[in-house]
Each structure stands twice: as structure tokens, then as C-alpha cells.
Design a protein around this ligand. Structure first.
Ligand code: BGP
Length: 483
């Protein structure tokens, strides 16, 4: 099948805390991401791992407690190897690279007077390296990596002061890379602010009286991120009118288990709460009524000023983007049991799943694109999509990852279908072009890349890069446009 769209952006996505390493060089502070330890006994299918750390655990992590290991502090040493890696991305035929900038390298404490020049220099070098190969760069400004000093001193995104510190940081980057970067993402997966708030906003359950107060705080912190994001858009207009600001969510397409109207309605509710709410706010500029009703039921009272309402109304997003890995299946019963866990207990008998229990569903991507296009009529971008697998180099020093080729090509074919359906989709960055440390489980063993990196979960290994079979497949696709 020929891919129909010309000038489409094809590339890969990564995040600073999962690749850079060099966690303590040049005055960088520790980020919340780098403080999450690897747990060798983890249950790979239990996503509650995303939200089970206490403040005390983080304090331990600052003190580097013996016996604990923090893979994100080392990443894949991209900090020193970025030239080699970007050359490989170019060789694979990528024309876009979605990367994130670590706030902690620019303003390590959040409230520093001046930006850290050494941090800016590092990112300038990385961006220049991409430009050398004509690779467009999309920048995520905040990818689960709030600097810990902001959490400790200010309480993370629950505090409105974090909005101002964040805007100061963003302004520096906007001015610095005014001519180099067009596509910006203020937040990675903004809905994580509610789904796994500790990772997304740096707030902790034990700081609130009860579950209800905590849930309210999650939504309040999210509101601060919405306001920050809208202010980023406002600032962008002043600095460079060509900047494009997008909102990203972790896509939560769910199906009803069956045609029982109770289950169908439960599914609709889940889609509203986990997906549409976030895009409704940033595309339409206001909180939808169904969420106000939900807040009433949960006795959630948010502080939202009239000025903030105006800001949201006047600064809607230029494009919408999402990560897409799987779909889930919902019934009233499953939702009661999981209390809205990311993965539902209902298995979809039509889908296969990965070792992490993620249900593979390429057609769901076409469905998602059509739904979003119909609802918002805004350009769409798939900012993450890929499959995590346990892999070992074979005797030929490669990996025959036909399953990855199947996964990626079947999703890419569905994008083609969605474009033929009439959806305006302008790009795709796979997660990931190269193996990285997992965001959720902090392990290196969950590999997504077209390029294998020789490190294990304890950062033992040579760090050498090896092309997998999927690398050659993608390269060929870029040359022929044939899927
Ligand atoms: C998304 C994150 C990424 C990423 C990916 C895969 O939620 O934006 O940072 O890592 O999921 O998740 P994991 O690494 O847990 O497999």
C-alpha cells in the first residue's frame, strides 16, 4: 500500500529523563522522574506502579539509599552520544525528531534568577545536529520531569507559583530557539495529571486529608497546567507567529464490553473523563458541562478565576496530539473493580496483548483519528506509538523484530486509511527510534527502539548501538513510501 500524503512528518520521539543520563552535570537538579527506582520484582501488568510512591520514598532517593537503583539517571547516555544517535535517525530516513528539554537543566531550582547557559548550550548542540540532517524538531517542554526542588519548596503544580516559574523557563526557550523550532508541546500527556498525578504534577496523596481532597488537588493542579499551556500559546503569538502549540494526551480509546446500554453509557463516561475532557478544554476553550456535573457529584470545588477562563477561551491549541499504544474495554463491573485504572479488567477477545498487558489495536487508531477529527476539526499528530518487548541480541548482533515491523506497519496503514477518510493528520513519531528507559516501570528491558542499546536494567553494558531488522524496514519504507 502506498502512503498517500506528501510532506508527512515521519520520525521518532523520546524524553530527556529516559535517554540523557548525565543527571548531575553542569548544575542540573534531580527531577521527579529520576527519583523513581527500578523494582526487579515488579508486576509488569500492574500499572498502579505509576502512583505508588510516597514523599518519603522520594526523600530516600535523594539520599541514594543503598540497594536502590535509578536507571533514569543514566538513561542511554544520549547526553554524550547524541551525535551518533541523530546520525542513525537520519540514516533511517526520519524527518522529524520529537525530543524533550529538561527544565532542570535550564532553571534547576525553578526560581533561579538566570537560566543555566550550559543547559541551553547542550540543547542548541542537539538541535543543530538535527538541522544538519534537515530533521525538523518538535520540543516537549515538560515530560514527567518536574525538578524536585520545585516540588519540595513549592509543592509542584498544585501551587500557582509553578505557572510563573514554568513560563519564565518557556520564554527563555522561545527566545533562544525562535528560528529553529516550530512545533512545541507544553506538556507530555496532560491527562496524566489526573491518571497518575505524582508523575504528572508532583503532588502526593499523603499531603491531602482523604481521597476526595486528593482528587480535587489533582484536578486543581491540572487546571494550573491548562492555564500554563494557554499562556504558552499567548506568549508564542508574541515571540513568533509561526510557532505551533499543541496539546498532548495519553490516548484512552475504550470500547463497551457489549451492547448493554449500561455498559455503553459507562464507556461514554470513561471517554469523556479520560480523553474528551482534556481536548474539549484546549480546543473549545472552556470546561464542558459533563465535567462540571462530575465535579458536583464528587464534591470537587476548583478555584478558577474569571481571568483564567478568559485566558483559556482566547488561547486554544493549534493542533492536537496523542500517544497511542492500545485500547481498553469497559463495563460497569470492570470500572467498579479498577476504580478507573488505566487498564481495564475486561479483556478484549479480539486483540492480542503485549507482555505488559497492553492490547494491540491498529484499527482503534483509525477510529480514534476519525473521532477526533470529527469532533474538533484541528490538525492531528500521533506523537507516540510503538511496542515494548523483552529483547536480546542474536549471534548476528541484531534483533529480528518482525513483531515490531508488524506493529508499526499495521498502525501506519491505519493512519493512511484515516487520511483517506478525510482526517487531517500531519505526522507520526514512533516511540521510540532507539531503546530507552521505561517511563512507567523504570526498566531498560522494555525495549521499543529500531536501534538496540547495550545496557541492562542496572546500566551495565557497553552502551553500543545496534540496528534491529525494523531499522532497515523503516529505512526502506522512507525510500519507497510503500507500507
Ligand atoms: C508514555 C510516555 C513515554 C513512554 C511511553 C511508554 O506514557 O509519554 O514517556 O515511556 O508512554 O511507556 P513505558 O515507558 O512505561 O512503556
Amino acid at each position: 500500500m502506498k502512503f498517500v500524503k506528501e510532506n508527512f512528518l515521519w520520525g521518532g520521539a523520546t524524553a530527556a529523563s529516559q535517554i540523557e543520563g548525565a543527571f548531575d552535570v553542569n548544575d542540573k537538579s534531580l527531577t521527579i522522574a529520576e527519583m523513581r527506582p527500578y523494582n526487579p520484582n515488579l508486576n509488569r501488568k500492574d500499572l498502579s506502579v505509576l502512583r505508588n510512591m510516597t514523599k518519603n520514598d522520594y526523600e530516600k532517593s535523594i539520599k541514594n539509599v543503598e540497594g536502590l537503583h535509578y536507571p533514569k539517571r543514566y538513561g542511554i547516555d544520549f547526553y554524550h552520544k547524541y551525535k551518533e544517535d541523530i546520525r542513525l535517525f537520519a540514516e533511517a530516513g526520519m524527518n522529524i525528531y520529537r525530543m524533550s528539554i529538561a527544565w532542570a537543566r535550564i532553571f534547576p531550582n525553578g526560581d533561579d534568577k538566570h537560566p543555566n547557559q550550559k543547559g541551553l548550550d547542550f540543547y542548541r548542540n542537539v538541535i543543530n545536529e538535527c538541522k544538519k540532517y534537515n530533521i525538523e524538531v518538535m520540543v516537549t517542554l515538560h515530560h514527567f520531569d518536574l525538578p524536585y526542588p520545585i516540588i519540595k519548596k513549592y509543592g509542584g503544580w498544585f501551587n500557582k507559583k509553578t505557572i510563573d516559574m514554568y513560563l519564565k523557563y518557556v520564554k527563555v526557550l522561545f527566545q533562544e530557539f525562535k528560528d529553529e523550532i516550530k512545533y512545541w508541546l507544553p506538556f507530555n500527556e496532560i491527562n496524566v495529571a489526573v491518571l497518575a498525578s505524582e508523575m504528572g504534577t508532583g503532588i502526593f496523596k499523603e499531603d491531602f486529608k482523604n481521597d476526595q481532597q486528593y482528587l480535587q488537588a489533582c484536578y486543581q493542579s491540572l487546571h494550573h497546567q491548562f492555564v500554563a499551556q494557554a499562556k504558552v500559546k499567548e506568549l508564542a503569538q508574541k515571540i513568533n507567529k509561526n510557532f505551533k502549540i499543541g496539546c498532548m494526551i495519553a490516548n484512552m480509546t475504550t470500547y463497551s464490553l457489549d451492547c448493554n446500554p449500561d455498559n455503553v453509557r459507562e464507556n461514554q463516561k470513561m471517554q469523556q473523563l479520560n480523553k474528551y475532557f482534556f481536548f474539549d478544554v484546549v480546543a473549545r476553550g472552556e470546561y464542558p458541562n459533563y465535567i462540571k456535573r462530575y465535579f458536583e457529584q464528587k464534591k470537587i470545588n476548583l478555584e478558577i478565576t474569571n481571568e483564567e477562563k478568559e485566558i483559556l477561551k482566547n488561547n486554544t491549541m493549534d493542533y492536537l496530539t496523542f500517544s497511542y499504544y492500545m485500547t481498553s474495554t469497559v463495563s460497569i463491573k470492570s470500572q467498579e473493580k479498577t476504580e478507573g485504572n488505566l487498564l481495564s479488567l475486561e479483556k478484549n477477545p479480539f486483540l492480542k496483548e503485549t507482555e505488559w498487558g497492553w492490547q494491540i489495536d491498529p484499527i482503534g487508531l483509525r477510529i480514534t483519528l476519525n473521532d477526533l477529527w470529527d469532533r474538533y476539526r484541528l490538525p492531528l499528530f500521533i506523537s507516540e506509538n510503538g511496542i515494548g518487548v523483552l529483547e536480546k541480541l542474536n549471534e548476528n548482533k541484531t534483533i529480528d523484530d518482525d513483531y515490531r515491523i508488524d506493529y508499526l506497519s499495521s498502525h501506519m496503514k491505519q493512519i493512511n486509511e484515516a487520511i483517506l477518510d478525510g482526517c487531517d493528520v500531519f505526522g507520526y513519531t514512533m516511540w521510540t527510534p532507539i531503546d530507552v528507559v521505561s517511563a512507567g516501570t523504570n526498566e531498560m528491558s522494555k525495549r521499543y527502539g529500531l536501534i538496540y542499546v547495550d545496557y541492562d536494567d542496572y546500566h551495565n553494558g557497553s552502551g553500543k548501538r545496534y540496528k534491529k531488522k525494523s531499522f532497515e524496514w523503516f529505512k526502506k519504507f522512507r525510500q519507497t513510501n510503500e507500507l
